[in-house]
Design a protein around this ligand. Structure first.
Ligand code: SAH
Ligand code: SF4
Length: 390
């Protein structure tokens, strides 16, 4: 059986994720944080507290539609019950340890969780329209150590919980006073989520999936799946599942068109080589011209940016509804690569475009505050001392 369809391989990935499980979402005084629970879990918690099931629906509305963090603001719930809830529960947010604004409007948050682990989250305003994307982290660190990525130098401390994943978005909304959630599709500043921060989302699948189901729920934040993009370095066995269960947009960090080079740049390629990765993209549910797969391609001077590479790329993705995001390499302290020249990037982009694929060059955002792609890092641990765990 193909590796990508082998259930044992999926189970292995999920079992490994469990080894890095986040702590329980409880306060030291025993109160439970309600953020991050699925609807069914919230219902159980409400029933356990001896309350009627419809209370779960009310709580969901106040937490995810209104964005309140205080039970006393829940005007549809009588005072005594508000007080009872406040004795048992909290509606938490990560603590904002650092909040930095770039000169281009990009804003980077360093969020701290109850166990003091931290991640970075970036708000990227659209340069033209009044809206923007929130770039969310899924893990503290990353096991994969791609050679060009700053996060990859930070050992994986642990996975984030669904509360911590959805909490990054909610805390960013707090910062922009963007509650309540809009009804329907009205564009708002924080109108898109990209799972492109720290970590590999498909190595923390269960928590990422639960968080995305919460943000997509129509009675809460209600983001459409079209407004969510999950970026993976190519965890082939989990790609099908993400497509079936979540149906969000998929971005694939390709970065090289030959296995020997990709093995070096993205070590996960040694496990799931290019051919399997492209096959998984072809199977990705809903991939169509309207919902194209994005291939991300970091432009590294003299490494992967030749015209031959560009032609091989076009050949590789032939027949796939796709676009190619060219990302000029963003340097970070100690990085070993240089950014391709603008001329090389232009040539590369033109070859891809002439073959019929959109090939936007991603303008680096927030570089002055180390908020651009691949610059995120939340610990000063230095370069990884052990080989990547794939
Ligand atoms: N782990 C996931 C998502 C986070 S990285 C993944 O690898 O897809 C988001 C994107 O930034 C990826 O395409 C990643 O390869 C790219 N990236 C990493 N380091 C970079 C750097 N220094 N310069 C430009 N892009 C980088
Ligand atoms: Fe991890 Fe993605 Fe960085 Fe690779 S590029 S080290 S998978 S965060």
């Amino acid at each position: 059986m193909n590796i990508q369809l082998n259930p044992e391989e999926r189970d292995r990935i999920l079992a490994k994720a469990a080894l890095f499980a986040p702590p329980e979402n409880l306060l030291p005084d025993g109160r439970r944080d309600l953020v991050g629970l699925s609807r069914a879990e919230l219902l159980d918690v409400v029933k356990e507290a001896g309350e009627q099931p419809f209370r779960a629906k009310q709580l969901w509305h106040w937490i995810y539609h209104q964005g309140v963090t205080d039970f006393s603001a829940m005007s549809s719930i009588a005072r005594p019950l508000q007080e009872k809830f406040a004795e048992k529960f909290v509606i938490g947010r990560p603590e904002t340890a650092i909040d930095q604004l770039s000169k281009d409007g990009t804003r980077k948050f360093l969020f701290k969780f109850r166990d003091s682990e931290k991640v970075e989250t970036v708000y990227i305003p659209d340069p033209v329209e009044d809206r923007g994307a929130v770039c969310i982290s899924s893990q503290v660190g990353c096991t994969l150590s791609c050679r060009f990525c700053h996060t990859g130098t930070q050992r994986l401390a642990r996975n984030l919980s669904s509360a911590e994943i959805v909490g990054q978005f909610m805390a960013a909304r707090d910062a922009y006073k963007e509650w309540p959630s809009p009804k329907g599709e009205t564009p708002r500043l924080l109108s898109t989520i990209v799972l492109m921060g720290m970590g590999e989302p498909l190595y923390n699948y269960e928590n990422v999936a639960q968080a995305m189901k919460i943000v997509m729920d129509g009675e809460g934040i209600a983001l459409s799946r079209r407004r969510i993009t999950l970026s993976t370095s190519g965890v082939v066995p989990m790609m099908d599942r993400a497509g079936e269960e979540l149906g969000v947009n998929l971005a694939v960090s390709l970065h090289a068109v030959r296995d020997d080079l990709r093995d070096e740049l993205v070590p996960l390629n040694r496990k799931y080589p290019i051919k399997e990765l492209i096959a998984a993209c072809k199977r990705y549910p809903g991939a169509s011209n309207a919902r194209r797969i994005t291939f991300e391609y970091v432009m590294l001077k003299g490494i992967n940016d030749s015209e031959i590479d560009a032609r091989a790329l076009v050949y590789l993705i032939a027949g796939l509804p796709a676009k190619v995001n060219l990302i000029p390499f963003n340097p970070w302290p100690g990085s070993a690569y240089e950014t391709s020249t603008p001329a090389a990037i232009r040539k590369f982009a033109n070859i891809v475009m002439d073959a019929g694929y959109a090939s936007p060059v991603r303008t680096p955002r927030g570089q002055d505050i180390l908020a651009a792609c691949g610059q995120l890092k939340s610990a000063e641990i230095g370069v990884l001392a052990q080989p990547p765990i794939v």
